[in-house]
Design a protein around this ligand. Structure first.
Ligand code: EPZ
Length: 420
């Protein structure tokens, strides 16, 4: 079993280039199904979720090749429209294939993704959007069987869901006619998906705003794209420096994509300077508590940064209130961080972090991606050794967490632990 072994209590100092964004590369890989030619994606992060997605593309008959951070996908002749159960179980966000596969092949089949560590993960908005474009969707024995000729339509999302927006965009590109998506998610990953689709020859406009307009129905060709840096990984590394103290430089990052996170860290007492594509953070004094942090759709405070910023504030003087509005069960890291001496009280969607003078290294277990990263952040700010197990959760979203943090001066290693 692999673990992260951390010698905490050391101030950090260093710089690191931030990996490509998981939540950009996954929908973009799904979008390659729409291209009748080869797509080349650069700066793809080495994540297990990327590997699962490449396996789905292979299963569908696409040519797939990977060399380091570059991935080639050729969907000229896809042969299968069924997404295998075992891959759906590994990665529920595979539901993003529904739109592009249906749009390209006229049929798509997958098992219902179901809930995950964060609580229920419904896809009603995805299905409603596809039905608006003419899809016939049957839900039978836990499977979704979708078919039909797609035509443009007017989609209104009751929630600015990231995945539903992406699925609707990918289906609409194949649907004949004009599609309007209202109350679309505005995340940077949506803007990047639009950029990639336009590279393939699609007519997509408005991403980044609440209304996206797509003129669909024309065949798409292949294209090339370089994945942008991951704003949540950047938030994780900023939180690591904030928790451990010291200073750090993150390269390649657009500070505007995580301004709500940097604003909270500045309020806590960090010095943050942003360049055109870098962020520098320095922490001299003990941190202070900040005003309540409420997670919200972009450009609000990102739910994916909630756990790591919470870890950074565990030693802040005073109490910080977190309100998790996006997912039902996103405080599973709290019990584990509490084993390190943190004082956090959870009541439903509200968590109150009462700052303590010190954290102590402990053996802790990751149970989800960002909660697991938060345990590593807390370990860097704790005295003594911390061992984090459950690293498979963390490797879904961080290509080389230990290597990146060592570049920032941390004493952390990913090790195989022999369990006797
Ligand atoms: C994306 O998930 C991200 N995943 C998540 O990142 C991120 O936390 C989330 O967006 C919010 O920013 C990827 O991009 C692969 P949503 P997604 O649909 O699309 C409800 C990480 O750590 N909802 O915007 O699943 C849903 O239950 C992951 O990298 C419905 O009710 O998120 C949730 O409460 C975790 N019906 C809210 O909307 C639907 O049909 C927001 O979910 C769809 C969603």
């Amino acid at each position: 079993m692999s673990v992260f072994r951390i010698q905490g209590g050391q101030r950090l100092s260093g710089s690191v280039a931030v990996q490509g964004a998981k939540n950009s590369v996954l929908p973009i890989l799904a979008a390659t199904v729409l291209a009748r030619g080869e797509c080349v994606l650069r700066n793809c992060p080495p994540l297990t979720d990327v590997e699962y997605t490449l396996d789905i593309l292979r299963h569908m008959g696409c040519g797939v090749k990977r060399e380091g951070g570059t991935v080639w996908v050729d969907a000229s002749v896809p042969t299968d429209c069924v997404i295998p159960d075992e891959l759906m179980r590994e990665m529920r966000s595979s539901v993003i294939f529904l739109g592009p596969v249906l749009g390209r092949m006229g049929r798509a089949e997958l098992t219902y993704p179901g809930g995950c560590e964060l609580g229920p993960r419904p896809i009603d908005l995805h299905l409603a959007a596809l039905r608006t474009l003419g899809a016939e969707i049957e839900e039978r024995n836990g499977r979704l069987i979708c078919q039909g000729e797609l035509t443009g339509g007017s989609i209104t999302l009751s929630l600015a869901s990231v995945g539903a927006t992406e699925n609707a965009m990918l289906a609409a590109v194949a649907a004949k006619g004009t599609t309007t998506i209202t109350n679309a998610a505005r995340e940077p990953e949506i803007v990047e998906l639009q950029e990639f689709l336009r590279t393939l020859g699609a007519d997509v406009r408005g991403a980044g705003s609440s209304v996206i307009v797509i003129e669909g129905g024309k065949p798409l060709h292949g294209g090339e794209h370089t994945i942008r840096p991951d704003r949540i990984v950047a938030a994780t590394y900023l939180s690591a420096v904030a928790c451990a103290g010291g200073e750090g430089e993150l390269l390649g990052v657009d500070w505007r994509q995580l301004s709500t996170v940097t604003a909270a860290l500045v309020e806590a007492g960090c010095q943050v300077e942003s360049g055109s594509d870098s962020i520098h953070i320095a922490v001299q004094e003990p941190l202070g508590a900040v005003r309540p942090l409420r997670t919200a759709p972009y450009p609000g405070f990102p739910t994916d940064a909630q756990a790591v910023v919470m870890a950074a504030l565990c030693k802040a003087q005073g109490a910080t209130v977190f309100v998790e509005n996006m997912f039902e069960s996103r405080y599973r890291h709290v019990d584990e961080i509490s084993r390190m001496g943190a004082d956090i009280r959870v009541e439903g969607r509200v968590a109150v972090v009462c700052g303590v003078p010190r954290l102590f290294g402990a053996r802790v277990q990751a149970t989800d991606l960002r909660g697991g990263a938060a345990l590593v952040v807390a370990g860097l700010g704790a005295e003594g050794e911390t061992v984090v197990s459950g690293t498979r959760h963390i490797r879904r979203g961080y290509g080389d967490l230990a290597g990146d943090l060592r570049a920032l001066g941390a004493k952390i290693w990913l090790e195989e632990e022999i369990v006797i």
